[in-house]
Design a protein around this ligand. Structure first.
Ligand code: NDP
Ligand code: OXD
Length: 339
């Protein structure tokens, strides 16, 4: 594997998998949540939290507030170093499914539990995105659009659902929902995970030993893995080589999974027929990046599925209440697995 860009350089795993005695619940009603993110959605999240529980104090990290009162940091791609000024944090909540950006921040306070989003809407949105990408590829929709601009009338080989096996890397919250949806459409569906799975109608593989067989039979490969030390750079030349000739690749997980230049090389050689990419090493993707020039790469701006505040805020607040009562937090990230 050839990790690209040192995505997880300085990765650190946190030491707690549940809410322990180190973090006793507090009865101090002055305690609050801080929202730390760099996009323009802080007010949206504040409003959504307030609409469910008007009594909770919620601050943007950019507005004046007492940092000592803050118990929970609700984060999404926070600027590095912005968590350390909070001395009384009880846990860090990612407002998305991924937590890689928290591990990447070497200044994140140690020994704090991390929670993430596990949400049915997030999962069904992802499934819709991947299925849209698959059908666009199968029916050559992007190619016909380009042909249209050049006034070209050229029917391409006809593809049917029954012609393809879709392989999903990652059979977690998102991969499982996608697998079930693909089965409903009639796709031959298989998946690969760390641990053994049983999923009706899905051929399942697990671990390094079964990876090659999984790859060699996946004509459409979808990456829905978390970004960890193990999975960084996993979509590389060795993997592409093992896919059947003409395979199509969809990466909707993280840019750090992909070795960009290996993909370009394999697309140019014809071994990989094309790709749909939603995530990139650097977002927004720099205008000088070669992906912009490739007709066989379809890109979306990290938009495959986005946490919906109405759907997600109740679980954020449920965890907040659990923390207050000293109960174990839900949707914890495992310190051992790193996801
Ligand atoms: P989960 O943690 O629920 O599932 C992860 C899956 O990957 C599990 O099945 C796990 O196996 C498997 N896995 C992890 N490491 C390995 C490994 N080394 N080898 C084999 N299998 C492995 O995550 P989600 O499904 O909730 O989300 C997946 C990722 O999708 C997120 O981490 C995020 O990066 C990305 N994402 C992207 C979005 C977008 O808009 N582009 C939106 C939301 C999420 P096991 O089950 O055995 O543990
Ligand atoms: C997520 C994402 O991890 O949006 O939720 O990428």
């Amino acid at each position: 594997m050839a990790p690209q860009g040192g995505v997880l350089k300085g990765i650190r795993y946190f030491g707690l998998t549940f809410f322990t005695n180190n973090h006793q619940p507090t009865t101090n009603s002055n305690m609050s949540i801080v929202i730390i993110r760099q996009d323009d959605k802080i007010e949206l999240w504040k409003k959504a939290i307030k609409s469910v529980d008007p009594g909770i104090k919620v601050f943007s990290y950019l507005e004046p507030h007492n940092k000592e009162e803050v118990e929970v940091a609700l984060v999404w791609k926070h600027p590095k170093g912005t968590l350390s000024p909070y001395p009384n944090l009880k846990y860090i909540a990612s407002s998305g499914a991924g937590v890689d950006f928290i591990f990447e921040d070497e200044t994140t306070p140690e020994k704090l539990p991390i929670t993430r989003v596990v949400d049915t809407m997030l999962a069904s949105d992802m499934s819709e995105y991947v299925i849209a990408a698959i059908f666009s590829y199968l029916k050559h929709l992007n190619i016909y659009k380009t042909d249209q601009f050049h006034r070209i009338w050229k029917p391409r080989p006809y593809h049917r659902i029954s012609d393809f096996t879709v392989g999903i890397m990652g059979l977690g919250a998102l991969g499982t929902v996608l697998a079930k949806d693909l089965i409903r459409f009639g796709f031959k569906t298989q998946g690969w995970a760390n641990s053994q799975k049983e999923l009706q109608g899905v051929k399942t593989f697990h671990g390094k030993n079964e990876f090659d067989v999984f790859l060699s039979t996946s004509q459409i490969l979808v990456c829905l893995l978390p970004l960890t030390v193990e999975t960084t750079g996993i979509l590389n030349a060795t993997l592409f080589h093992r896919l059947p000739k003409g395979a199509y690749v969809i990466n909707a997980a993280r840019g750090g999974h992909l070795v960009d230049l290996d993909l370009i090389e394999y697309i140019e050689s014809g071994h990989i027929s094309g790709a749909t990419l939603d995530v990139f090493h650097e977002e927004p993707l720099p205008t000088s990046h070669p992906f912009w020039e490739s007709e066989k790469i379809n890109m979306t701006p990290h938009y495959a599925s986005v946490s919906d505040t109405d759907s997600v805020v109740p679980q954020i607040l449920a965890n907040y209440r659990r923390m207050k009562k000293g109960q174990p937090l839900l949707n914890l990230v495992s310190e051992i697995k790193g996801y």
